[in-house]
Design a protein around this ligand. Structure first.
Ligand SMILES: *[C@@H]1O[C@H](CO)[C@@H](O)[C@H](O)[C@H]1NC(C)=O
Ligand SMILES: *[C@@H]1O[C@H](CO)[C@@H](O)[C@H](O)[C@H]1NC(C)=O
Ligand SMILES: *[C@@H]1O[C@H](CO)[C@@H](O)[C@H](O)[C@H]1NC(C)=O
Ligand SMILES: *[C@@H]1O[C@H](CO)[C@@H](O)[C@H](O)[C@H]1NC(C)=O
Ligand SMILES: *[C@@H]1O[C@H](CO)[C@@H](O)[C@H](O)[C@H]1NC(C)=O
Ligand SMILES: *[C@@H]1O[C@H](CO)[C@@H](O)[C@H](O)[C@H]1NC(C)=O
Ligand SMILES: *[C@@H]1O[C@H](CO)[C@@H](O)[C@H](O)[C@H]1NC(C)=O
Length: 772
């Protein structure tokens, strides 16, 4: 340690120039501190072993105890954490204009780590977390908060920078005015007047740095004397604070004469963070991370030997930090290097809390603020904010602002303390949801029972890295794997085959469209719920991965039972009709009750699955936009369905209607009756279509000649039902779509047939003919 400090002084010149860098939008954090009852977890984005990448590393104190299951391949752009949770932000795999936030919730006993995506939407430029709540700003300075049910999202109001405390949020307006909306005692309505460039909050106090780098603090518990001097950045904990001086050193103050440990005095930092009693800073000298503030760090302050000093960005207005390309993927780098001439700064101590409004000359003001802006940028305080837009949070106070449907990590998340004076019941309708936002609403804990998001790690683990042993099939969407999740559930995992390059190779706009399409479909599919449809449980979207998780169907596919297995329980006409009715009901639901209706496009016996109770369920619906990518081939390929089941009219006219599904279902009925595959070989080995083979017999009233010989011949009261279904099947495969029955008519017919099959006959087969 001693050696280290000697070295660091030698390089003070270098560091000084480092400090005069400016970094636009340098407001995502690469360091986070969180706590559970008895453990402190310090996380940071660290350079990964692989070049051009960073990965998340965490260290828990005083003992290892919390293991977050990371995928080292996933790079985050920023992280935040609080009591029992850690969230990471990264661009969507397809578009940097979309941010995705994943969170892990953990407990100090180290038991279960829960994973959740709580946001997917417009890119966030700032993300901050208190001990329990998380808030972010998007590129247009709109505030959004999570885990904060009482949070009232201001309408048309913007912050240029925010700081998140224990149940409250403070922000800076475009003009640099501070506002801490709500009625948090000692904080709200006690905001100092004037123009500020940096805002920070602790548990129950707040501090701000004005345009001239002077510090002011206020709050319920401001403990200790605010230090004098010029500052660039702040880290506030509980009854304790630290500030980063313009010369890069740190000063701390607070309850019980809190101060910076002697060993760290004189060390220059780039950025500092705090949570409750723990403070951490990134050394300007070698990017190592030091933490202090409680007994855990008394003997060894260094937590990580190298962390990313800031988030990776695609463009740096003033060029990247030398060598920071090694930290970042896709050509990104950590921004720096706008060396700015320091103008004279007129000293003007900040006004005390609630002083007179400051009326300075515009030119002075501009000059001073510009310098402060640059200096603040230089020091690159992740969490501190550069600029200033417009905001009218006060406007919202006392008015009926809409209740924000905030995503929740935890259903029982602690409500914020007296933040809101709005009635919590005023559930105004959601604003027109940004498409991307909807997914996070779907998956947020507030909507349990809907879609679940799985972490890629969990799925990799459950499938032994998608091993062949787990593979149970492959289809248009990709490969299907069987897995048993941690909680014991058996699931089927469909993994799209997306080549690793494709998601980046395609134009951004195009990718965005695809991305949106994926979200659209998931949202839509999550609403489909019918006992004869295979239920979508959740999904996983990771950089190059699109994975869907379905309920597992123990008894496999109808296709295998008809064409592969020798000892199938399907050797009775009543059972076959029951299966047909189940499947027809599932398809009917898609056609008639789903809004908007779904045309399946690929009905076939291998897409009809059987659960443990031998209920048949239709699978693979709604995958039209998730199939193989690329150009027109996709549409035609998907829509064409499977050889043997394709509606010839669709083939001819290229016009898809629900009657195409009816045709394919007719082929399935013919399979059930004859036991022949859709395309099979005749006695002479010549390929033959089941429609061409079977329908002529049905129309000649000679169905008994083509019935599956493995099934005992129909009993006298089965025969009429089976013949009736034969006519139904022949109707389904009529060449003209308009001559075919609708799925509802098919369901009704099959119901009658099944009843007849189980009871002595009581109906005639005269009226299966139907049209629309
Ligand atoms: C990470 O990437 C490497 C190389 O691309 C790959 O071999 C490895 O399987 C990946 N690991 C995970 C967990 O995805
Ligand atoms: C771990 O802690 C959580 C939260 O306190 C609790 O729900 C869970 O039951 C605990 N597990 C064990 C094994 O103690
Ligand atoms: C923290 O508390 C949990 C129970 O709440 C206990 O299982 C665990 O051993 C404790 N860890 C330490 C380091 O004291
Ligand atoms: C930021 O969020 C607001 C409110 O949700 C939205 O109106 C605005 O379009 C978003 N900005 C961007 C750049 O997406
Ligand atoms: C902070 O100060 C308040 C009031 O003085 C006190 O109630 C609280 O226990 C203090 N917190 C800590 C962690 O010292
Ligand atoms: C930084 O500034 C403070 C206050 O102005 C001063 O006490 C300290 O010596 C300076 N440190 C360095 C390394 O210049
Ligand atoms: C995480 O950091 C610890 C402590 O610096 C180190 O021992 C460990 O190897 C790191 N793990 C990874 C995956 O980088």
């Amino acid at each position: 340690m001693g050696l280290f400090f000697r070295k660091s002084r030698q390089f003070s010149l270098l560091i000084f120039s480092f400090l005069s860098f400016i970094s636009f939008g340098f407001s995502l954090s690469t360091v986070s501190i969180s706590e559970t009852s008895n453990l402190t977890l310090v996380c940071a984005l660290v350079p990964s072993l692989e070049l051009h990448r960073s990965s998340l590393n965490c260290s828990s104190f005083p003992v290892p105890g919390i293991q977050i299951p990371f995928n080292p391949n996933v790079s985050f752009t920023g992280i935040v954490s609080g009591n029992g949770f850690l969230c990471g932000l990264r661009p969507s795999f397809s578009s940097s204009n979309i941010s995705v936030m994943h969170c892990w919730r953990f407990f100090s006993n180290g038991t279960k780590i829960e994973f959740k995506r709580i946001y997917r939407g417009p890119a966030l430029k700032q993300l901050e977390a208190g001990n329990s709540i998380i808030c972010g700003l998007n590129e247009t300075n709109a505030l959004e908060c999570w885990q904060w049910p009482e949070f009232n999202q201001p309408r048309d109001q913007n912050f240029s920078a925010i700081a998140v405390g224990e149940g409250f949020v403070c922000g800076l307006s475009a003009g640099g005015n501070i506002s801490c909306p709500g009625n948090f005692p000692g904080i709200s309505d006690k905001e100092p007047e004037g123009n500020y460039s940096v805002i920070a909050v602790g548990f129950s106090h707040a501090c701000a740095i004005n345009a001239d780098n002077y510090l002011v603090c206020w709050g319920k518990t401001v403990v200790g004397d605010t230090p004098q001097g010029k500052f660039n950045a702040l880290a506030l904990g509980q009854n304790r604070s630290c500030a980063l001086r313009t010369n890069g050193t740190v000063v701390c103050w607070g309850q019980n004469n809190f101060s910076l440990p002697q060993e760290l005095e004189g060390l220059r930092f780039i950025t500092i963070k705090a949570k409750r009693n723990v403070f951490c800073g990134v050394s300007a000298w070698d990017f190592s991370l030091f933490c202090w503030g409680d007994a855990n760090f008394n003997s060894n302050f260094k937590v990580f030997s190298e962390v990313l000093p800031g988030p990776c960005r695609n463009t740096c207005p003033c060029g990247p930090v030398q060598g920071s390309g090694r930290f970042c993927s896709n050509g990104g780098s950590i921004c720096q290097a706008c060396i700015i001439p320091f103008g004279p700064i007129t000293p003007s101590p900040p006004s005390a809390p609630s002083p007179q409004p400051q009326n300075r000359s515009t030119s002075n003001d501009l000059n001073g603020r510009m310098v402060a802006f640059l200096v603040v940028g230089c020091v690159g305080s992740f969490s501190l904010l550069l600029v200033v837009c417009f905001f009218i949070f006060r406007y919202c106070k006392g008015r009926g602002c809409r209740v924000h449907d905030s995503g929740r990590l935890d259903e029982t998340g602690a409500p914020a303390n007296g933040v809101s004076n709005q009635p919590q019941t005023s559930q105004a309708p959601l604003a027109p949801a940004v498409l991307e936002k909807r997914l996070s609403q779907l998956t947020s804990m507030g909507n349990t029972g809907r879609l679940e998001e799985f972490s890629l790690e969990a799925l990799i683990q459950a499938t032994n890295n998608f091993s062949e042993d787990h593979k149970i099939g492959s289809g248009s969407f990709g490969s299907v794997y069987k897995a048993t999740l941690d909680d014991g559930r058996d699931v089927a995992i469909k993994r799209a085959e997306i080549t690793s390059t494709s998601s980046y190779a395609i134009g951004t706009k195009r990718q965005e469209d695809k991305d949106n399409a994926f979200v659209n479909e998931l949202e839509y599919l999550s609403r489909l719920n019918h006992k004869n449809l295979v239920q979508l449980l959740g999904f996983c979207e990771d950089f190059n991965e699109r994975v869907l998780v379905y309920e597992y169907m123990n008894n496999g596919t109808l296709h295998d039972h008809l064409h592969k297995f020798q000892n199938s329980p399907f050797m009775s006409w009543a059972i076959r009709l029951k299966i047909a009715l189940d499947a027809a009901r599932g398809i009917e639901y898609l056609h008639e009750y789903a809004v908007p209706p779904i045309i399946h496009r690929d009905i076939k016996s291998s897409n009809i699955l059987l659960d443990a109770t031998w209920t048949a369920k239709v699978s693979d619906f709604g995958l039209s936009l998730m199939g193989p990518e690329d150009d027109e081939s996709h549409l035609s390929l998907r829509a064409a369905g499977t050889v043997g089941y394709i509606d010839p009219e669709y083939y001819r006219l290229q016009q898809l209607t629900s009657k195409s599904d009816v045709y394919s279902f007719g082929v399935v009925l013919l399979e059930l009756l004859s036991g022949c595959r859709a395309i099979h070989r005749n006695e002479n080995g010549v390929p033959r279509n089941v429609v061409d083979f079977v329908v002529p017999y049905i129309l000649l009233d000679e169905i008994h000649r083509i019935l599956d010989p493995r099934v005992p011949p129909p009993t006298p009261f089965e025969i009429e039902a089976v013949a009736y279904v034969g006519y139904l099947a022949a109707d389904c495969v009529r060449p003209e779509g308009r001559d075919r029955p609708s799925m509802t008519q098919i369901v009704n017919s099959l119901e009658k047939a099944l009843t007849a099959c189980l009871l002595p006959p009581s109906f005639s087969r005269s009226t299966t003919q139907s049209s629309t």
